[in-house]
Ligand binder design. Structure first.
Ligand code: ZN
Length: 186
């Protein structure tokens, strides 16, 4: 089932997400729905807060980038209760976008190599190191589970230029070719 993607401005995107346990209700179904939602909106990653759930869960399929980075051909993973333990290496800029912030793309500088601890969909604990675009996608999705959005990393000057666009998105004044849910008006 395709789930609506929560738009910029919804408080759920700003929460520090909670860890989950293996008995989280209908987890398998949720993960399947997140894959379906991500593919339907042509994303390479989707975090649970983006479908309205403040839990530490995100999914990534980097294969659309495989042309540029062949190692991403079969980079498809579920990350549960993930924590980046270390970020190192030279910081580099890459233009990021986000399904919760349609129509906005900005260069973001992040460190090159990460070591992350997480559980896979079978709750097997893992610790792995990633670099390149794999690290980049993980950093972006991991941020979501800490209530951080990529626009928070944009320099203050560029960020000011985005203010109106971001306000419009939070009011639903934006076109996306996938189903979105906009913050309720107070
Ligand atoms: Zn995002």
């Amino acid at each position: 089932m395709i789930l609506p993607i929560y738009a910029y401005g919804d408080p759920v995107l700003r929460k520090e997400a909670e860890e989950i346990t293996a008995d989280y209700p209908k987890l398998k179904e949720l993960i399947a729905n997140m894959w379906e939602t991500m593919y339907a909106s042509h994303g390479v990653g989707l975090a649970a807060p983006q479908v309205g759930l403040p839990i530490r869960l995100f999914v990534i399929d980097g294969s659309p980038f495989a042309e540029d980075e062949p190692s991403l051909e079969d980079f498809k993973k579920v990350f549960i209760n993930a924590y980046i333990l270390e970020e190192e290496g030279e910081a580099w800029e890459f233009e990021e976008g986000c399904l919760s912030i349609p129509g906005v793309r900005e260069k973001v500088k992040r460190e090159g190599t990460i070591t992350i601890e997480y559980m896979d969909e079978n709750f097997q604990l893992k610790e792995e190191t990633f670099d390149g675009l794999a690290a980049r996608i993980i950093q972006h999705e991991h941020d979501h589970t800490d209530g951080i959005l990529f626009v928070d990393h944009v320099n203050p000057f560029r960020r000011r230029l985005l203010t109106k666009k971001l306000n419009d998105i939070s009011k639903g004044k934006v076109d996306a070719d996938y189903k979105m849910r906009f913050p309720k008006k107070r």
